[in-house]
Write a protein that binds this ligand. Sequence first.
Ligand SMILES: Cc1cc2nc3c(=O)[nH]c(=O)nc-3n(C[C@H](O)[C@H](O)[C@H](O)COP(=O)(O)OP(=O)(O)OC[C@H]3O[C@@H](n4cnc5c(N)ncnc54)[C@H](O)[C@@H]3O)c2cc1C
Length: 401
Amino acid sequence: MTTTETEEEFRARASAFLTEHATGLEFETPDPRGANELDACKAFQGKVAAANLAGVTYPKEYGGQGLPKSYDRVWREEYSKHSDMTGQLTISHGMCVPMLTEYGSDEQKAQYLPDAIAGRTVWCQMFSEPSAGSDVASLQSKAVLDGDEWTLNGQKVWTTLAHVSDYGLIVARTNPDVSKHAGLSMFIVDMRQEGVDIRPIHQIDGGMHFNEIFFTDVRLPKTALVGDLNNGWRLATAMLMYERVAIGTGSSSGVKTPTSDFLMKTAKKYGKSDDYVTRQALMEIYMEETTKSLVSMRTRAEMKAGKTPGPGGSLGKLHGAKIARLSRALTMNLAGPAGAAWEGDGESATRFSNSTLRSFAANIAGGTDEIQKNIIGDRVLGLPRDISVDKDVPFKDLRTS
Ligand SMILES: Cc1cc2nc3c(=O)[nH]c(=O)nc-3n(C[C@H](O)[C@H](O)[C@H](O)COP(=O)(O)OP(=O)(O)OC[C@H]3O[C@@H](n4cnc5c(N)ncnc54)[C@H](O)[C@@H]3O)c2cc1C
């Protein structure tokens, strides 16, 4: 790569690389903890970095390519023509790397970004707690400054890929004397350090991709703080926006209708493509996918113009969740009894049943559908805000479970 490489030259180089290497992830199954798939993603990302194609817009000194945003669009366009090779790095690359870039200190960027961008290290996001999911500002994990270090105690839950992560971004309470949103801070945690106890959560589809984590007197250096002290709510909100874009926006290069394309083929295969109810369901999914693509293109265009993703990211996420809901109903109708009871590890088991069971996560992960609707209502449409009775009450005086 040279600094004078034009967009067309960059496209040709990206295309040649992807044609050779993005040929589908190969990993050993069963893989209930997702570790084999993650290793395959890391191996691919290592090749991307070696070919000087990783982190297109990130500064060179932090392991990126230092190229303008338009080159990132070119990369996404080319990438979307191939199999997804980095799905397990979505939290690292879609959420943690942008957050560190935007809010991390120069030392934090130099220390963590090159390895994260090249896929040598993996990051997780630790927000949710047993009594703080939608209302994440009610979280109770706390960090107390003790000399030159913070002491972290508490519990997180639903932490995707914590068991294979090297680092995580955590939000913890650093001041209980102010209102719940005002006393939070974000920290970097080394996931392998003493006092971090990671336990698997078993999913209905047989996987164990997320975890509960217990922190007992975990020592964090002063330098683990990301951004300003007690400014964690602002950072958490920014990270949730990145999450919704990562989940709901995808590569956003043109209009893509992969789910309706697949279900159309399936309907033909099962002889149901002339059935009126099936056709209507297919059309609805097609319309949702088309709308989602257009929303995604607008979100990416805003990001390209230098905007941090705003509440519009919730729209793409909500469309994705609706597609998941509509397609699981149609899938089960098409599959019939084979969708619920099967023998061996055939198509119905993997394609239909497991993907149907997994699809429920789309309505919850990254904020539930109801929460996205609240955000769109008050921050996009300007409707009155959701009622909040504890906004100005010091956290220590709140009645919490
Ligand atoms: C696949 C998956 C991966 C995840 N990965 C992570 C991760 O890596 N890190 C992490 O921190 N978390 C993760 N989560 C957790 C996720 O963010 C939470 O599950 C989600 O925010 C909902 O919180 P909750 O489960 O506590 O539900 P609750 O907040 O208890 O909600 C229960 C129900 O009440 C509704 N509700 C709540 N408040 C309102 C309101 N104000 N208005 C209307 N309805 C409301 C909700 O919509 C929902 O239907 C993951 C979840 C899933 C499913």
